[in-house]
Ligand binder design. Sequence first.
Ligand SMILES: [Zn+2]
Length: 340
Amino acid sequence: MKTFGNFLKTLFLCLSLGLIISCNTKESKIITVSGEIPASEIGKTLHHEHLLVDFIGADSTGYHRWDKNEVVEKVLPYLLEIKKLGYKTLVECTPAYLGRDPELLKILVEKSGVQIITNTGYYSAVGAKFIPKHGFTETAEQLAERWIAEAKNGIEDSGVYPGFIKIAVERNPLEEINRKVVKAAAITHKETGLIIMSHTGLAIPAFQQLDILKEHGVHPSAFIWTHAHNEQDFNKHIEAAKMGTWIAFDNFKPDRLERYVEFALLMKKEGMLNKVLFSHDAGWYKPGEIDGGNFRGFTEIEELLIPALEKNGLSQHDIYQLFVANPAEAFKVKIRLTQI
Ligand SMILES: [Zn+2]
């Protein structure tokens, strides 16, 4: 009996060791426009930018609104510019009905060699102008079904798969349509493991969304509080980060340098630098404007923010954390639940 007990013990040990090893060797993946990559290959990343945004509204937008060749001609130099600076990945945050174009992104990836990540989901801010008709009549479950289908089968027939869920809510207390897209995002996350990036701004709607996720068993680490720099109270950022939420100061501009540095130093002091994401929210070829209008490039973080962070005491390890390790962790496919 004792021998059998020992045998069982040994068997259990082997099985658990095997499990640990297989868990460790099975590397997490990230889904880019050109396919899956190991999370370790994301490299230096700008986690929130846009290549093209069409503001005309869900009822009028479509691929007929821009000429892909003209967009490529305008946008490609900006991608080559960041590639030269060592950036390997750009996350394109334009959702469907606002100018998402997987075929265009494929061309830009091929020509630039920069990895691009695109999304599924709907943008319900700005009076729901960018929500398609079916978005108003369908339930959260039905919307989630559409988004999950994109994650499983690709976007239309492009062969491109979304690497995250992009939603947007109004800046103040959530409205019905906002709650619906958040719920749809929670359902989609549980099915796909894609992270939820939500255009949010202030703390009130941020915490309201975290509550909805919680109701559906989704952990705050599945949520990027987008445009968090609009919230003035750093205590709210710390509170959300301590819950596991990603805090995105994603609209870096030269006149915001001091505040972004102050925020980074505070988060480092709090031991929360592993929850911070920086980006420009720049770009924006705008269909309908001459030559796509004014295009804002993606280099100010490299030219201004990173040197300022270093000057204020952030180490190379910290910089790696912010621009490589954090995006790798945030965008890896992983179902994050409140209970394990
Ligand atoms: Zn944006």
